[in-house]
Design a protein around this ligand. Structure first.
Ligand SMILES: C[S@@+](CC[C@H](N)C(=O)[O-])C[C@H]1O[C@@H](n2cnc3c(N)ncnc32)[C@H](O)[C@@H]1O
Length: 279
């Protein structure tokens, strides 16, 4: 599917009216959206540039843009809660998801993170996504296929429990990156240690403090990861209007914590972190 240029049939288009209400359509020949302000024929949008306004015969005005990935993620059907875009951004950069990377993900959930990972690994990478629930895997597959306009060659969605995955299941070669988003990731740490290449990055996304503590302790006990670090990211929007300029009153203050560690080479004992002596 095209990401820029004039609208084409098959594009997912967001129409925004004067009240900032959004209507999403997938352009198809002969299709039409019926609004209380008149009909919007798809054929009159196809071929137009993004960022143009369509005016209906009854005076309705609709600003037309293609869906961005964040629009799709926040509006798509979901079985499981999705990773918020602010956290996905952290995972892509801190997790060092590079073009050509082999990435293992679990659980696939609704496929939100899968889509961002697939974009980042590019056409030469590989993403293997495990999901334990069949109904959730169906959501992930339908959301990912809908966004890319078909199944990406680089994606291998699989029904299964990550705990039971072996090196043979991932092609006999350890993967470069592992990203977990699940209720009990500490149960999968030993498996992950066997599937991740030395130097590979492990990240997990957990919502609560007890989960955070269990993962941190689990990583330390295995003794084959660097000292893990943990953080959260807070994003606060601002209203910028003359003298009323100020932070917005409301924000998604807590989504989750991120935990990060790197796989040591087998047999390596990392130097103990030294604290500065107190005066
Ligand atoms: C919060 S959702 C993941 C959402 C996903 N990251 C997204 O952005 O759409 C957590 C998922 O992990 C799955 N899960 C839990 N334990 C699992 C395991 N051991 N192996 C594979 N999937 C698992 C659950 O069924 C659930 O769908």
């Amino acid at each position: 599917m095209a990401n820029s240029g004039p609208f084409q049939y098959g594009d997912r288009v967001q129409l925004t009216d004067a009240k900032r209400r959004h209507f999403t359509i997938i352009l198809e020949p002969g299709g039409a959206l019926h609004t209380h302000k008149g009909i919007i024929p798809h054929d009159e949008i196809a071929g137009k540039h993004e960022g143009t306004v369509y005016k209906t015969a009854m005076g309705g005005e609709y600003l037309c843009f293609r869906h961005l990935l964040v629009d799709h993620i926040l509006s798509m059907p979901r079985g499981a809660a999705v990773i918020y875009p602010k956290d996905t951004a952290q995972i892509l950069v801190e997790g060092d998801i590079f073009p050509g990377a082999r990435v293992l993900e679990a659980g696939a959930g609704s496929g939100a993170l899968s889509m961002a990972l697939l974009r980042a690994i590019g056409p030469t990478g590989e993403l293997i996504s495990y999901e334990i629930r069949e109904d959730h895997l169906e959501y992930a597959e339908s959301n990912v296929d809908g966004w890319f306009g078909g199944r990406p060659d680089t994606w291998s969605p699989r029904l299964g429990d990550l705990k039971e995955v072996t090196l043979d299941d991932v092609g006999g070669q350890p993967v470069d990156r592992i990203i977990l988003d699940m209720l009990e990731p500490w149960e999968c740490l030993e498996t992950c240690s066997k599937l991740l290449v030395p130097g590979g990055v492990f990240m997990t996304y957990v919502a609560t403090v007890p989960q955070l503590m269990k993962v941190m302790e689990g990583l330390r006990e295995l003794k084959c990861f660097t000292e893990p670090k943990a953080w959260e990211s807070l994003v606060r929007e601002w209203k910028v209007e003359g003298l009323a300029t100020r932070p917005e009153h409301r924000m998604n203050a807590h989504t989750a914590f991120l935990i990060w560690a790197r796989r040591l080479a087998d047999g390596t004992v990392a130097p103990r972190p030294q604290r500065r002596a107190r005066r």
